[in-house]
Ligand binder design. Structure first.
Ligand SMILES: [Zn+2]
Length: 252
């Protein structure tokens, strides 16, 4: 999302909107043309596009959403999947299958995303606050807790699994029993930072196909450190989308 936000920022910020096509019923009549986009930023997995009229377009990709930036005037395919088009005289930003599209006063953003914890890639990243939120529920499995965007925003399934592997922490270990939570959070941030500029998620240091990650997506295959088969299971209240991977030998 950080990368997407930057791409949208480069295409939209500082330019006047000449096209605003919102294809969700609730905001279908919204018209932001004539307003200048001031910035596009990510908050965790949320995206906020702000204008000089004090308006924010808030979107979230959910499962299948994506954004594409194309030259203005270019015919865009996939019409039935488009939920939002914002364009200026140079670019058009097209949002496909967005899980959330809403238009709200910028002052009302906290109601939409204020429940999020500190953003790992945000300018106002606050590790102490993230740790405080994590520790507030010490019996919660750490794999669930670090994925909960209300604690800290930005960790998805891949970084959850990889961070816990690299720290040798079992995903079901209660937060209160993690020896060095500060180091764990710091490592998650460094993994996100290391990948934010590129497509794909590399945690092993190797970009070679099939070698990018330690445990994520490697169920049944030998742990890269000890050879024990990597295990997988659902974790948390949202089966299927909350799959985790771990090495039962390296992670305790
Ligand atoms: Zn292992």
């Amino acid at each position: 999302m950080w990368r997407t936000a930057r791409q949208l920022h480069e295409a939209l910020a500082g330019r006047v909107l000449t096209r605003c096509d919102v294809r969700v019923p609730r905001f279908a009549t919204a018209d932001l043309t004539g307003q200048t986009v001031t910035e596009a930023i990510s908050r965790g997995k949320h995206l906020l596009i702000r204008t000089d009229a004090g308006v924010t377009v808030h979107t979230h990709l959910r499962m299948d959403g994506s954004w594409r930036v194309r030259p203005a005037g270019e015919r865009v395919p996939g019409n039935h999947r488009i939920r939002l088009i914002l364009g200026n005289d140079t670019w058009q930003a097209i949002g496909y299958l967005l899980g959330i599209v809403e238009i709200l006063p910028t002052a009302g953003e906290p109601a939409a995303v204020g429940h999020l914890g500190p953003d790992l890639l945000g300018p106002d990243w606050d590790p102490a606050e993230a740790e405080r939120r994590l520790r507030a529920d010490p019996s919660r499995p750490v794999g669930e807790a670090i994925l909960d965007q209300r604690n800290l925003a930005g960790i998805g399934n891949v970084y959850k699994a990889e961070t816990l592997f690299l720290r040798g922490v079992n995903p079901w270990r209660p937060v209160g029993e993690v020896a060095d939570l500060t180091a764990l959070v710091d490592l998650a941030k460094r993994l996100l930072e290391a990948n934010k500029e590129r497509f794909g998620q590399v945690t092993t240091g190797s970009r070679a196909r099939g070698e990018e990650r330690w445990v994520y997506g490697r169920a049944g295959r030998p742990c890269r450190r000890c050879g024990t088969p990597v295990r997988t299971a659902d974790q948390g209240s949202d089966p299927g989308s909350r799959v985790t991977f771990w090495c039962p030998h390296c992670q305790t």
